[in-house]
Write a protein that binds this ligand. Structure first.
Ligand SMILES: [Zn+2]
Length: 475
């Protein structure tokens, strides 16, 4: 029997607001434990939460960017569960009336475009961080993260492969980064993903029992964990077994998912409206103001890059996947308006350099104007492309300009006809047998002569001039 996977993703994005969702504590990452807390986020009796307006602004940005319908009135609820990282004994979240519903984004995976619908986006507070000592029966809690604002983006189960899940996540991350509402850092946990995975007989419309996968803190893990889970479920069903609804943890060391606990149902949490918070009412003006403030989003920018700069769709996709990378490209173009060469240098040497060093584009060691200066030297014929690659490496390792490196190492391409003519004559004088053979019809020897001249000029002779002069001299 053939099976098809049905996958839905729940993404938690930590919003980059200055302060927490219901109090004025800082959200800065990396502070000493428990230094960014107050009676509100510590859950002391008698305190009252006050909603941070920026959290609503940021959430509206995401909701509008993904085509969601905004609820003019939404509500906060208490999600009850006890765990020491949450001192109140409940998490404030949105349940029955979320702020946004019924959106979607377009992705491309497995060689075809498709749309993944978004069921809902809601706001909630994060919990603290619990660390267990592996050597002693001691656990420590850091409540700095308690009350940091999150949005949860819940997709419909429209995803049918691990690759499509990866593409959806990447696109979602690109959007939150374009919007400037979340830094999208999976490793630091500011962009987290849980995956609900089930399989069903090909072509059937029912849903199989699903498992929830956690601990997916890189795009690669998301794809590998889903792939593994699909195969595990297939094996269980083929052996006549049944899938158990549960939460499973991805173990990157073994490349397997392992059972963590039985999956809770919504009713286990005893949700009820938070009596301390009024319903959130959003008027049309507020929505319009946010809509007008939205930046150009990745899909629109990609289309514009193809139309305005004549770039291939592939280049446009790579360059616009990240807002800063697209900005870098456009900054280069300001100084050197030749889109395709600029794209080649960014996608090749620059991204190669950044990926190798794990450096974000914002910290690129070569600024756009400096790269443009290098490309101008190539364009004017002052240096060859081969030399330019070396100059590029040297620029990355120092803070020297392209012109300074070229001058310092006398790397300028020799285009002076007189100088090259002398070398050509010398090469021909030293190789009389080859000259005779060439004149006798072995024209393939041209490559040999060009090579000799280039060698004698340390690769700095303009190849076009060399060819012209050789042809003239050998005629
Ligand atoms: Zn606080």
């Amino acid at each position: 029997m053939e099976f098809e996977p049905v996958i839905g993703l729940e993404v938690h994005a930590q919003l980059k607001t200055q302060t927490k969702i219901f109090c004025g504590c800082s959200t800065q990452f990396g502070a000493a434990p428990n230094t960014q807390t107050c009676p509100v986020c510590l859950g002391m009796p008698g305190v009252l939460p006050v909603l941070n307006r920026s959290v609503v602004d940021f959430t509206l940005r995401m909701a509008l960017a993904t085509g969601c319908t905004i609820s003019r009135e939404s509500r906060f609820a208490r999600k009850n569960y006890f765990y020491p990282d949450l001192p109140k004994g409940y998490q404030i979240s949105q349940y029955e009336l979320p702020i946004a519903e019924h959106g979607g984004i377009d992705i491309e995976a497995d060689g075809r475009p498709r749309r993944v619908r978004i069921r809902r986006i809601h706001m909630e507070e994060d919990a603290g961080k619990l660390t267990h000592d592996p050597h002693r029966p001691v656990s420590r809690v850091d409540l700095n993260r308690t009350g940091v604002p999150l949005i949860e983006i819940v997709s419909e189960p429209d995803i049918d492969s691990a690759a499509a899940a990866g593409a959806y996540l990447r696109q979602l991350r690109s959007i939150v980064r374009y919007l400037g509402i979340c830094d999208g850092n999976l490793e630091e946990g500011s962009f987290r993903c849980d995956a609900n995975v089930s399989i069903r007989p090909q072509g059937s419309s029912g849903l199989g029992t699903r498992t929830e996968l956690k601990n997916l803190n890189s795009f690669r893990f998301v794809e590998k964990a889903i792939e593994h889970e699909i195969n595990r479920q297939k094996e269980v069903l083929m052996d006549g077994g049944a899938i158990v609804q549960e939460t499973r943890l991805w173990d990157p060391a073994t490349g397997r998912t392992v059972s963590m606990r039985g999956k809770e149902e919504a009713h286990d949490y005893r949700y009820f409206p938070d009596p301390d918070l009024l319903p959130l009412v959003i008027d049309a003006d507020w929505i319009e103001a946010v809509r007008r403030s939205l930046p150009e989003l990745p899909d629109a920018r990609r289309v514009r890059f193809v139309e305005q700069y004549g770039l291939p769709d592939y280049d446009a996709g790579v360059l616009t996947s990240d807002r800063e990378l697209a900005d870098y490209f456009e900054a280069c173009l300001k100084a050197f308006p030749q889109p395709k060469p600029v794209s080649n240098w960014i996608m090749g040497p620059l991204l190669g350099l950044l990926n190798a060093g794990g450096i974000p584009i914002e910290q690129a060691p070569i600024l756009p104007a400096a790269l443009a200066d290098l490309l101008k030297l190539v364009d004017s014929g002052a240096i060859s492309v081969k030399t330019a690659k070396n100059v590029f490496d040297e620029m990355a390792a120092s803070d020297k300009t392209a012109a300074a490196i070229v001058a310092e190492k006398s790397l300028s391409q020799i285009s002076d006809t007189g100088a090259i003519e002398a070398v050509v004559q010398d090469v021909l004088d030293r190789n009389p047998k080859e000259v005779a053979a060439y004149r006798g019809g072995k024209t393939k020897l041209m490559g040999f002569f060009v090579g000799e001249v280039m060698k004698a000029t340390r690769g700095q002779a303009n190849p076009k001039t060399v060819n012209e002069l050789l042809r003239k001299a050998l005629f």
